[in-house]
Design a protein around this ligand. Structure first.
Ligand code: SAM
Length: 290
């Protein structure tokens, strides 16, 4: 009896990501975004990129890489980035950091900006994903500071490399996963429930400004200056040592003197740079530019 391989197996073999193409694509992505796929993350790249192959009706990863490299590359790069980034986030994700912001950093900055006459505090969420982090900051400022300091202006900027997540951030419509950690008083006051969705009020949405930005793009980073606080939480983990250093050094330049930098709960600047002074608070570390 003769045995023939079923067509679906043939197809899955022809669409496998070969080691050579993996290395080419990894280099291509790394050079443009700083995101590094270690050898053990090949399966992840393969599964994420296979969605782009289906969308374009392509059968091979090598063919897809050809598209990235030719004229269509610019648009396709944006689609590729949207499909490979990991965008996990939620409101009040690292609560101790937001407590530090509320109890220590914002009062100090408001006082300083009053003294220097600018009366403006500028905060940047540098990998904002779908917006929960900058919106958390806006909620705290709206509830705790704006009524007491009506003459202080607060600017909150959210940026991300992924254009799709920024659309969600601007809409401000969230599922229960995103809002599960929000104190009830905030949820009741600033969200409207619409079926299984939670719609953030316009008064909070208009406090934030979302823009697409690649942290690895030195020119774009040079345009980001004069911030008092920068959050780049849970993004350095996707970079290798060199990209981390590049991004951290750009963020240093973006901060005002005595400005604060926050990274994610499991991230550290230890071993990366000595230009920041770690300031230890209860359950949170802020890095201050001296
Ligand atoms: C896991 S989310 C973190 C969201 C939020 N900061 C938090 O801690 O909850 C990481 C975000 O970093 C973004 N990202 C990855 N590489 C980036 C780059 N080179 N420039 C800007 N954003 C990037 C991803 O698109 C993703 O939305």
């Amino acid at each position: 009896m003769s045995y023939t391989t079923p067509p679906n197996i043939l197809l899955s073999q022809s669409t496998k990501l070969s080691d050579d193409t993996f290395l080419q694509m990894r280099k291509f992505i790394y050079e443009r975004t700083g995101i590094f796929f270690a050898d053990n993350k090949k399966y992840l790249l393969e599964s994420r990129v296979s969605r782009r192959l289906s969308a374009l009706g392509l059968n091979t990863f090598q063919g897809y890489f050809g598209v990235l490299m030719n004229g269509q590359g610019v648009t396709e790069l944006s689609h590729l980035i949207n499909s490979i980034t990991i965008n996990e986030t939620f409101f009040f994700r690292n609560e101790p950091q937001f407590n530090v912001l509320e109890e220590w950093i914002l009062p100090e900055l408001i006082r300083k900006r009053k003294e220097d006459g600018t009366n403006k505090v500028r905060i940047w969420s540098a990998a904002s994903s779908t917006g929960e982090e900058p919106h958390t900051i806006a909620l705290i400022i709206r509830e705790k500071f704006q009524p007491r300091f009506p003459f202080t202006k607060f600017e909150i900027v959210g940026t991300d490399i992924n254009t799709q997540v920024l659309d969600t951030a601007r809409r401000g419509v969230y599922k229960d996963y995103a809002v599960r950690n929000i104190p009830k008083a905030y949820l009741d006051k600033y969200f409207r429930q619409d079926g299984d969705k939670f719609v953030l009020s316009e008064e909070i949405r208009k406090m934030t400004d979302f823009r697409q930005m690649n942290l690895f793009d030195r020119n774009a980073m040079r345009a980001m200056r004069g911030f008092d606080v920068v959050f780049a939480a849970n993004v350095l983990i996707y970079f290798d040592f060199n990209s981390k250093q590049t991004v951290v050094s750009s963020i240093y330049d973006s901060l005002n003197k005595e400005g604060y930098f926050f990274v994610g709960y499991s991230e550290t600047l230890y071993g990366l740079t000595q230009v920041f002074k770690p300031v230890h608070f209860d359950k949170a570390i802020a890095y201050r530019k001296e």
